[in-house]
Write a new protein. Structure first.
Length: 25
């Protein structure tokens, strides 16, 4: 789903998800 290979909006979501996963561990 990455046409340009770099999506700031999705990057922020990924970062947020990573943080949530880290705190949930």
């Amino acid at each position: 789903m990455e046409e340009c290979g770099h999506t700031p909006h999705y990057e922020k979501a990924d970062l947020f998800a990573a943080a949530v996963t880290y705190f949930l561990k």
